[in-house]
Design a protein around this ligand. Structure first.
Ligand code: DGI
Ligand code: FE
Ligand code: FE
Length: 188
C-alpha cells in the first residue's frame, strides 16, 4: 500500500491532532528504521496505522477483547492500553493488512513485551520521540535514540513507568517484561 492511500485510510479515524502525531511517528520511524536496520516500508505502514483504534468506544474495544479472546488481563488495566492489540486486529480485518511484522508492531506499540523485534522497538520509540511530542524528558530520549535504540527505549520506559506509578496506576505485565528484558540484556 502506498503512503498516500494509507494516510487517507487512517485520517478518517483520527482527530487532527492525532493525525499530525501519526505523520510525526511515520517520519521518525523511517529514520530509526534506516539507522537501526528495520524494513523501512514496514515501519512506514506500521507507523501510519499504529493508533488506528485510538478513538474506538471503550465498549467496542471491551467486546473485541472478550470475543476475540485477546489477553483478558487487559480489562483489569488502563483502557489506554487497549487500542494497541485491538488496533492490530482491526487493521487486519478492516484495512486488510496481513503482514505479521506490521501487525505485531501495532499490537505492542503501547506496552511492549519481553522479546521485541527491531521493527517493534522502532515503532515504540518513534511513538515516544516524534517531533510533535512535548513532555519532560523527551529531549533526553531523543538524544539517546541517536546513539542506541535500547538506551533510548530504556529511558522512555523508565519515564513512563515512573509517571504511571506516581499516578497510582498499575503497570501491565508486558511493560515490566519489556523493561526487565532491556536491563538483563544490557548486562549480558
Ligand atoms: O497512543 P499514544 O498516546 O500515541 O501513546 P501510547 O500508545 O504509548 O499510549 C500511552 C498511554 O498508555 C498512556 O496513557 C500510558 C498508557 N500506558 C502505557 N503503558 C502502560 C500504560 N498504562 C498502564 N496502566 N500500564 C502500562 O503498563
Ligand atoms: Fe498508541
Ligand atoms: Fe501514538
Amino acid at each position: 500500500m502506498n503512503r498516500e492511500k494509507a494516510l487517507g485510510m487512517v485520517k478518517e479515524h483520527l482527530t487532527e491532532h492525532r493525525y499530525i502525531h501519526t505523520c510525526g511517528v511515520m517520519e521518525t520511524s523511517i529514520e530509526l528504521a534506516k539507522r537501526y536496520g528495520a524494513d523501512e516500508k514496514k515501519a512506514e505502514i506500521a507507523a501510519i496505522f499504529h493508533d488506528y483504534a485510538k478513538f474506538r468506544d471503550k465498549e467496542e474495544m471491551q467486546t473485541i477483547i472478550v470475543e476475540e479472546k485477546l489477553d483478558q488481563e487487559l480489562l483489569l488495566y488502563n483502557s489506554e492500553l487497549w487500542h494497541a492489540p485491538v488496533g492490530a486486529l482491526l487493521v487486519e480485518r478492516e484495512v486488510g493488512i496481513q503482514d505479521e511484522d506490521i501487525l505485531n508492531a501495532i499490537r505492542y506499540h503501547t506496552s511492549g513485551k519481553e522479546e521485541m523485534t527491531i521493527l517493534d522497538k522502532v515503532i515504540y520509540l518513534a511513538d515516544y520521540i516524534e517531533p510533535n511530542r512535548q513532555f519532560p524528558g523527551v529531549e533526553e530520549v531523543r538524544e539517546l535514540a541517536k546513539e542506541s535504540l535500547d538506551q533510548g527505549l530504556l529511558k522512555a520506559l523508565q519515564n513512563t513507568m515512573t509517571f504511571l506509578m506516581k499516578k497510582n496506576q498499575a503497570i501491565y505485565p508486558d511493560t515490566f517484561r519489556f523493561y526487565n528484558g532491556l536491563i538483563l540484556n544490557k548486562r549480558r
